[in-house]
Design a protein around this ligand. Structure first.
Ligand SMILES: Cc1ncc(COP(=O)(O)O)c(C=O)c1O
Length: 429
């Protein structure tokens, strides 16, 4: 039995999977608030046309353009699936653990899968610049890389609490030629208002999204690119789960439990949605678990319409939310600190098809599991991905207690090579 399961470039899936027509009920559409200007009319002014088209598409399979396939190959796709044999042996579990290696990406995470698609479509549409938000910084770096490959300028609004400690990642974004601002920033009117209240404001993803939207709205040559939550973003990410399914076929295995960390939902969605296809259509028995932080347990919030950003510039989305202006303490896995969850995954949760676990915000429990993973498997996960690992280990130990021989699949969405300060601060070495 092999430890590393690989696909050749020719075996890379050539279509993304759009789950919308297969959902157990119709996805509640975005809508306008009762008062104020139409947010729905605002979207085409700031979003890339092709992405907006995909957002509402009822087509089940959407061709990945040849240009994007080439970019995926350039970025190292397909990526390996590994069997975590050394970890299994250490845990003495009857479970079989498999992890997908999204950390093998030029910028360090799964975020390149939609960054490359969005930058490609933006260039095709004639834009010269993109604007965006970033939390962990992985999305900002991925879009900086994709924008450079597609000859676009990029302005990044980066949640201040993270911007201030991830100096090397900021330098990497600048290596690619992006402009980077700590958010809230004095580069937008909304940012200035918040800075007046608190010059050291920690920021949040919701605030950074508002700043990026305001910036794009004021420049006809610019479009806004979002790194998570929206349907088209999750669809671009399905390349992860589609590859993983092919890899499981190669070793004649199939997961009983599918696990990943979840902030806005792009990583979890990209990995899990192709397996949800099998659950919904082929009635396969699969358990899905999203790993989160108690600092932002959005899947334990309310299922209702809410804004996706702090300044209420977006339409209302039906999702699990903690409230778009809620205060959440910063954590080292700050990419998980977002108030709402993607509408697609929220609907699946509402239907009882998505379990969630939230770990304590001091992150000690989670990072100790990441350290165990490093010592057994050798790869250093991003702080966010440490949550996937932690949940997979907990489930493997549960299998040991019950003597159950389950197959557990999890995605390691990014590497933590630029995040050591976070691990050091929590694990105190
Ligand atoms: C490595 C990594 N994994 C996961 C996430 C969580 O975001 P999402 O739920 O959109 O994948 C982030 C967000 O920044 C991230 O950087």
């Amino acid at each position: 039995m092999h430890t590393e399961i690989v696909l050749l470039p020719d075996e890379m899936p050539r279509k993304w999977y759009n789950i919308i027509p297969d959902l157990p009920e119709q996805l509640p559409p975005p809508k306008d608030p009762e008062r104020g200007e139409s947010r729905l009319d605002f979207l085409p002014k700031v979003l890339i046309g092709e992405c907006l088209k995909q957002e509402m598409s009822q087509e089940r399979w959407i061709d990945i353009p040849e240009g994007v396939l080439q970019l995926y190959e350039q970025a190292g796709r397909p990526r390996q699936l590994f069997r975590a044999r050394r970890l299994e042996e250490y845990l003495k579990t009857p479970a079989r653990l498999y992890y997908k290696a999204e950390f093998y990406s030029p910028t360090g995470s799964h975020k390149v899968n939609t960054a490359l698609a969005q930058a490609y479509y933006a260039r095709e549409a004639g834009y010269e610049r993109l604007t965006t938000e970033t939390g962990a910084g992985q999305w900002g770096t991925a879009l900086a890389y994709a924008s450079r490959l597609c000859d676009l300028d990029l302005t990044i609004y980066w949640v201040r609490a993270v911007h201030n400690w991830k100096k090397d990642r900021r330098a990497l974004m600048r290596m690619y030629g992006a402009d980077v601002y700590a958010s809230p920033s004095d580069h937008t009117e909304f940012g200035k208002t918040l800075l007046k209240e608190d010059p050291n404001h920690d920021g949040s993803l919701g605030i950074a999204i508002s700043e990026g939207l305001e910036d794009a709205a004021g420049d006809d040559t610019a479009a806004y690119s979002l790194g998570s939550v929206l349907n088209h973003v999750l669809m671009h990410q399905t390349i992860i789960g589609l590859e993983t399914k092919k890899q499981f076929e190669l070793v004649d295995e199939y997961p009983d439990i599918v696990i990943s960390c979840l902030g806005g939902g792009s990583n979890f969605g990209g990995f899990a949605i192709p397996f949800y296809h099998d659950l919904l259509i082929e009635k396969k028995d699969i358990r899905f678990i999203a790993a989160q932080s108690e600092a932002a347990p959005n899947l334990q919030g309310e299922y209702r319409y809410d804004f996706a950003d702090h300044a209420e510039m977006t339409p209302l989305l039906k999702m699990y939310t903690l409230g778009h202006q809620v205060k959440m303490v910063p954590i080292r896995g700050d990419g998980l600190r977002y108030h709402g969850c993607s509408p697609i995954l929220s609907l699946l949760r509402h239907k009882g098809l998505l379990d969630t676990i939230a770990y304590p915000p001091d992150e000690k429990y989670v990072f100790e599991k990441a350290q165990l993973f490093v010592q057994k498997e050798g790869f250093l996960p991003a702080p966010e991905s440490a949550y996937s690992i932690c949940c997979a280990i907990d489930e493997a130990l549960e299998c040991k207690r019950k003597n159950e021989e389950k197959v557990i699949a999890f995605n390691i969405s990014g590497h933590g090579l630029l995040d050591m300060e976070g691990y050091e601060a929590v694990l105190k070495f």
